[in-house]
Design a protein around this ligand. Structure first.
Ligand code: ATP
Ligand code: ZN
Length: 290
């Protein structure tokens, strides 16, 4: 095992796996992952993957088995280990919610006083109940939380929800969203600012992630513009820097290039057409720096 290889723990298979690997691949890092090999070295970047269960990721990072890991913030907070979040990755968004059977008279968290609440996240739940001055009894179950009220193990549940369909199918209703999660990259305390040589590999990785994220939801547009309309087009495009402008053979026209965020794209497109822009070309941006 070489010293200067950054070890990253990612979920072997589950809701985080694909997005985690996609993120690393989008950074131009090549590796092989087929779900059977549990340890894999990337071919063109000093990084090694450990494919593990998501529950184990915080512990592996804490124990130094892995240098960094990608895990849901929910799992990170539930474990409660002293670790750093080096980056919020934004994907695998989900929430922890209180859900109750249809005949449960819910009127705010206070209605949970003295109730049994089944959950896989007793620590997060206990903290939130405490903050709200509610005394209830968390009942730990590691899976199939939705079934617990029907079988009499609990009165209500506190579980991960993304659309609410599973809850409805089990006769439950989401009544309160109490905690929000997305995937985070974690490291042991102080690792990213340490003199550990592997911290510089992490720095390079984070730089690439930032470049990929910055390019996300941005489009590169090119168009021809009547020469007198440049100021107007710059006002439409907005942003901090002026667009790039190239003269054309025909002195009455200019070629303009700019980066536009996708959410504004259609209004920019229509307004540019409105001032006489022609031949508008739109391109995806793969990576970008400020
Ligand atoms: P493992 O076998 O690795 O223990 P698991 O069954 O515990 O997997 P998954 O269901 O794959 O875990 O969820 C992993 C993480 O993905 C969760 O901890 C949460 O952060 C996030 N997640 C869970 N459910 C959803 C969802 N419906 N939508 C988006 N993200 C989710
Ligand atoms: Zn798990």
């Amino acid at each position: 095992m070489s010293e200067n290889v950054l070890r990253i723990a990612v979920q072997k298979s589950g809701r985080l796996s694909e997005k985690s690997l996609e993120l690393i691949r989008s950074c131009g890092i090549d590796f092989y992952a087929d779900g059977r090999v549990l340890r894999q070295r990337a071919s063109n970047f000093p990084i090694e993957f450990l494919f593990v269960r998501d529950d184990d990721i915080p512990t592996y990072v804490y124990d130094g088995v892995a240098d960094i890991g990608i895990v849901g913030k929910n799992e990170f907070d539930e474990k409660g280990l002293e670790l750093d979040i080096v980056k919020d990755l934004g994907f695998s968004k989900c929430r922890l919610s209180i859900a109750v059977p249809h005949d449960f008279a819910y009127d705010g968290l206070k209605s949970l006083e003295g109730k049994r609440i089944a959950t896989s996240y007793p620590n997060i739940l206990t903290k939130i109940l405490l903050e709200n001055g509610v005394s209830a009894e968390p009942v730990f179950v590691s899976g199939s939380v939705e079934i617990t009220p029907q079988v009499g193990i609990a009165d209500v549940i506190c579980d991960i929800v993304s659309t609410g369909t599973t809850l409805r199918m089990n006769g439950l209703e989401e009544v309160e969203q109490i905690y929000f999660s997305s995937a985070v990259m974690i490291s042991r305390k102080g690792f990213s600012s340490s003199t550990d040589e592997k911290a510089s590999i992490l720095f390079r990785l984070l730089e690439r992630i930032d470049a990929v994220n910055l390019a996300k939801n941005k489009k590169y547009i090119l168009f021809n513009l009547p020469a007198g309309k440049l100021d107007e087009s710059a006002a439409i495009i907005g942003g901090l820097k002026s667009p790039t402008v190239t003269p054309l053979m025909d002195k009455n026209w200019l070629s303009v290039q700019a980066v536009v965020s996708e959410d504004r794209f259609w209004s920019v497109f229509e307004e540019l057409k409105g001032i006489g822009a022609e031949g508008i070309l739109v391109l995806d941006i793969e990576k970008m720096t400020e």
